[in-house]
Design a protein around this ligand. Structure first.
Ligand SMILES: Nc1ncnc2c1ncn2[C@@H]1O[C@H](COP(=O)(O)OP(=O)(O)OP(=O)(O)O)[C@@H](O)[C@H]1O
Ligand SMILES: [Mg+2]
Length: 301
């Protein structure tokens, strides 16, 4: 599958604050890719850098395998901050101004108005729009130059539940029409409902990337206690786990493959170790993310 965006070791530091810290990721064509993280984790800074409005401290990125230039940027539609429209002009009049700036034919306007479902309000003034309609108009404006990729930063912020559902539906429709979408959100629920792939940022660092479908799947972990000095080493040598971590008086094995607690017990027995405690636990990615997202410390300043 064609790679749309490659981010390589991208960092943005503001003095001591590492807004984005050594971030690498890839977005493939057709992905609805979520960047998930709590407030201050670096989502907007990341989008700002790949849109060339924020200068990276380190690292770089490629769009469609190329260094960004003006032609490449035309393939990218973005809604970063709340877009500015003229309050006393209608939806159509505002879009004409955007067409002029982007050098796009006015013929596109009816299409995008239809796509975002604003037909009935296309000739009313922007001031009379609800927040949801304003967001639709912003999306319409980003669609004008028929971009290959759409970047959306917290597209449902401030909307009521119905508005949220409608915008999410619209995003999925846009994706189904063949566009790649990169969406920043602090809501796990939003990423789960809209995205196919996602990356989790915490204090500027990438801490997870994968398929949204895997979120409900969990890591299997086994807690082990035994009165021997080299338990960690023995457990690490078992080849049954990807990681062994000490937690107070016990060791936690993150299991790989289908190894069970019986297998661990058998293995310890063969090594002349008697376990005083052996417990299988699962902790879903979802639980882990909710803990991360509840991390109110936010950035790192
Ligand atoms: N211009 C700036 N000067 C100094 N620090 C900044 C600047 N812009 C962002 N930061 C800091 O960088 C970190 C990341 O901010 P960013 O806006 O990228 O986070 P975010 O994930 O988009 O957060 P939110 O969910 O609140 O939108 C924060 O600690 C923020 O305070
Ligand atoms: Mg942000």
């Amino acid at each position: 599958m064609e790679t749309v965006l490659t981010i390589r070791n991208l960092s943005k530091h503001y003095g001591r604050i590492k807004a984005v810290d050594d971030l690498s990721l890839e977005v493939k064509r057709g992905n609805i890719f979520g960047i998930l993280g709590p407030n201050g984790s670096g989502k907007t800074t990341t989008l700002g850098m790949i849109l060339d409005v924020i200068n990276p401290t380190n690292g770089d990125y490629l769009w469609f395998g190329e260094k960004p230039d003006k032609n490449v940027r035309k393939k990218i539609g973005a809604i970063l901050e709340h877009p500015i429209f003229y309050p006393y002009l209608t939806a159509v009049q505002n879009l004409k101004i955007v067409c002029d700036i982007k050098e796009v034919s006015y013929d596109r306007i009816p299409e995008v108005i239809d796509q975002v479902g604003l037909d009935e309000r296309k000739d009313t003034k922007y001031t009379t729009f609800s927040l949801g309609m304003k967001q639709r108009l912003a999306i319409a404006s980003a669609l004008l130059c028929d971009p290959i990729v759409m970047l959306l930063d917290e597209p449902t912020n401030g909307l009521d539940p119905q508005g949220i559902a409608e915008i999410r539906e619209l995003i999925v429709e846009i994706a189904n029409s063949g566009k790649t979408i990169l969406l920043a959100s602090h809501l796990l629920d939003e990423v789960q409902k809209v995205c196919t792939h996602f990356a989790v940022l915490r204090r500027g660092k990438l801490i997870h990337t994968g398929l949204v479908d895997d979120v409900s799947k969990g890591d299997r972990m086994i807690e082990v206690k035994a009165k021997v000095d080299n338990l960690q080493e023995v457990l690490e040598k078992s080849g049954m786990s990807s990681k062994v971590k000490r937690e107070l008086d016990k060791y936690i094995m993150t299991m790989q493959g289908d190894y069970s607690s019986e297998d661990v017990n058998q293995y310890l027995f063969e090594n002349n170790i008697t376990a005083s405690h052996l417990l299988l636990k699962t902790r879903s990615l979802e639980q882990q993310f909710l803990e991360i997202l509840a991390d109110k410390e936010g950035g790192n300043g």
